[in-house]
Design a protein around this ligand. Structure first.
Ligand code: ADP
Ligand code: MG
Length: 416
């Protein structure tokens, strides 16, 4: 019996292994795609082909482990094909209990994928716990249901029932733990690549931006002198104005890049952000009003962090600007909320603008990603770089057409 159990366990490990070896860099384990369906289906079929036989003619297999895991991670879209495959194969195998299996798989099919929505937002530990407890519940109910067919409940039945429930719970927690580890590694690798890219860009930025700024300022000055001269035609004046405008844009890009560079010693302050938020509010209010945007701010934070005040200002300005620009069409409200939560400073910047799709959210923060005609795609990159330097984190909640909320979490610190 132990051998069969181990072989069944191998069937469950098989898709995880294949995934790790061949597909880890190509597809996302959490995405709904045909590979995930294929792997789970193969593993289910193998489990059903080699069931575990206990005493008293009690037969069970581990088919529900891949089914439950895939349903939790992928929702109904992945559960439906698996449900069909499971039942078709079960009908093909025949034997007693076809109807019971059909009934039971239907219950699992209805209940488990329903939890997908919540499951996907949980953290790793909570996911393990949820998967473990839902399995425990489902199979305890299954055993209770089985017991109603018996005249009297024997000790052997109890032992068998216990073995089945325990095998399922242990199996699902083990496989889920492996999958969680894979997801964690995937995330860590993506973060590493991102931060590498940021490092290279910020080094380049620091060295070049400074050099470019001086010639820009000089050109700007002379053009202004030229514009005020009396012996130029209106047309020429128009050209000069246009050049000045473009110079201003170039300067904007350069200063975006400069703020990527290392924090400057003279700007370092230990701040609760009150002053910085006030400063940014003051300079952004006119910009908000031009676009019929109402700016609301609430400040309740008392925690502090040691940081470069220019960089955090620039980061906030970028986020405010994006929020306001998202509401350009019909106006709206930009609400800024600064509070503290579990030892973290939390800044929420919420707009009621155009919102973003899942794919757009994925792109945000990548250099030069912009959907705007005049956009540089540097604003969010700078924001990410600043917040990451503070060991903080930016989370984006957005719904297309409804609006976007940026939630920035910065751990409070002492001077370092
Ligand atoms: P830019 O503003 O120059 O386009 P950013 O890096 O600031 O560059 O932003 C990148 C892109 O992210 C924007 O072009 C926009 O599509 C999207 N975006 C950023 N913030 C928001 C927001 N609050 N609402 C909707 N889309 C946003
Ligand atoms: Mg922007």
């Amino acid at each position: 019996m132990v051998e069969i159990l181990l072989i069944n366990f191998l069937f469950l490990l098989f898709p995880v292994l294949i995934y790790l070896i061949f597909f880890e860099n190509k597809i996302h384990i959490k995405k709904r795609n045909s590979f995930n369906i294929l792997f789970s289906a193969i593993s289910m079929i193998l489990c059903m082909t080699f069931p575990i036989r206990l005493e008293m003619g009690f037969i069970f297999d581990l088919r529900y482990i891949p089914f439950i895991i895939a349903s939790l991670l992928g929702g109904y879209k992945i559960a439906l094909p698996l449900y069909v495959i499971l039942n078709l194969y079960r009908f093909y195998l025949e034997g007693d209990g076809v109807f019971l299996s059909f009934l039971y798989s239907t219950i699992v099919f209805i209940v488990v994928p329903f939890l997908h929505k919540f499951f996907i937002d949980y953290n790793s530990k909570k996911r393990l716990l949820t998967a473990g407890s839902i399995t425990f519940l489902l199979f305890t109910i299954y055993q209770l249901h089985l017991s109603t067919f018996l005249k009297s409940i024997s000790l052997q039945f109890l032992i068998n029932a216990f073995i089945m429930v325990a095998t399922y719970v242990i199996g699902i927690i083990t496989i889920m733990a492996l999958i969680e580890k894979i997801i964690e590694n995937q995330k860590a690798r993506e973060k590493l690549v991102d931060s590498d890219r940021l490092n290279i860009i910020s080094e380049l930025a620091a060295s070049i931006s400074h050099e470019i700024r001086n010639p820009l300022t000089v050109t700007n000055g002379f053009l202004q002198l030229l514009r005020d001269s009396k012996n130029i035609t209106e047309k020429e004046q128009h050209y000069i104005n246009f050049s000045l405008q473009e110079l201003k844009r170039a300067e904007g890009i350069v200063s975006d890049f400069l703020s990527l560079a290392k924090p400057q010693a003279e700007n370092m302050v230990n701040t609760d952000l009150k002053e910085e938020i006030d400063y940014v509010n003051n300079i952004m209010i006119p910009y908000a009003h031009i676009h019929q945007v109402d700016l609301q701010c609430s400040f309740t934070n008392t925690l502090t962090h040691y940081m470069d005040k220019n960089q955090i200002r620039q980061c906030l300005i970028n986020l405010y600007k994006n929020g306001i620009e998202a509401m350009k069409k019909d106006g709206g409200t930009l609400s800024v909320l600064v509070s503290e939560q579990n030892g973290n400073i939390v800044i929420q910047i919420k707009d009621t603008g155009c919102g973003m799709s899942e794919e757009e959210i994925q792109q945000i923060g990548k250099p030069y990603y912009s959907t705007k005609k005049e956009g540089t795609g540097l604003g969010m990159m700078v924001a990410y770089s600043t917040i990451h330097k503070l060991n903080g984190n930016i989370e984006i909640l957005s719904e297309k057409g409804k609006g976007t909320t940026f939630v920035i979490t910065i751990p409070a610190s002492h001077k370092y």
